[in-house]
Ligand binder design. Structure first.
Ligand code: 4NP
Length: 156
C-alpha cells in the first residue's frame, strides 16, 4: 500500500484536484486498493470547507467527483502517516521541511517528477482552473511512472 498526501495552501483547489485525479487514475488502472491518497493544506484557513466550486466544476468536466471532501490542515502526524508528500509549490515544500525537518526525504514538489519542473500556479488567484487541472494531471501521470520504475527496479 502506497500512502500519498498532496499538499497546497488552502486544500480547497489544487491538492484536492490532485487527490481526486490520482484516485480516478488508479481506479482506471484497477489499482485503487494499492493506494491511500489524501490531501491537506499548509494553512488551516479553509478547514472544514468543501472543494471550491470552480475546482469542483473542473473535476466534474472530466467526470471526476470530489463529493464529501472537506479541507484539512497538514498535521505533524501526517509526516509519518504518508510515504510521499507531494506539494504544489516550492513554498509548501519549504514550509513542510521547516515544520518536519523531512528526515525521511519524502517531501517533493509534484511537477519535479516531470520534464518541466515548476510550481502549479494557484487558480484561486489566476482563475485558470483548466490549466491547473492539466498541470496537475501531468504531474500525477509522471509520479505514477516514477513509482512504476521503482517497482520494476525492485523486481529485477
Ligand atoms: P489552494 O488555493 O491552495 O489551491 O487550495 C487557495 C485557496 C484559498 C486561499 C489561497 C489559496 N485563501 O487564501 O483563502
Amino acid at each position: 500500500m502506497k500512502k500519498i498526501l498532496f499538499v497546497c495552501l488552502g486544500n480547497i483547489c489544487r491538492s484536492p484536484m490532485a487527490e481526486f485525479i490520482m484516485k480516478d487514475e488508479v481506479r482506471r488502472q484497477n489499482r485503487a486498493g494499492d493506494f491511500l491518497i489524501a490531501s491537506a493544506g499548509t494553512s488551516g484557513e479553509e478547514e472544514g470547507n468543501p472543494v471550491y466550486p470552480p475546482a469542483r466544476a473542473e473535476l466534474a468536466k472530466h467526470g471526476i467527483s470530489c463529493e464529501g471532501k472537506r479541507a484539512k490542515k497538514f498535521l505533524p502526524s501526517d509526516y509519518s502517516a504518508y510515504e510521499y508528500i507531494l506539494c504544489m509549490e516550492n513554498s509548501q515544500v519549504r514550509e513542510l521541511r521547516r515544520q518536519t525537518g523531512d528526515p525521511d526525504k519524502k517531501i517533493f514538489r509534484l511537477l519535479d517528477f516531470t520534464s518541466s519542473p515548476h510550481d502549479i500556479a494557484d487558480p484561486w488567484y489566476t482563475r485558470n482552473f483548466s490549466l491547473a487541472y492539466a498541470q496537475i494531471a501531468e504531474g500525477v501521470r509522471a509520479f505514477l511512472l516514477f513509482l512504476q520504475k521503482g517497482d520494476e527496479a525492485q523486481q529485477k
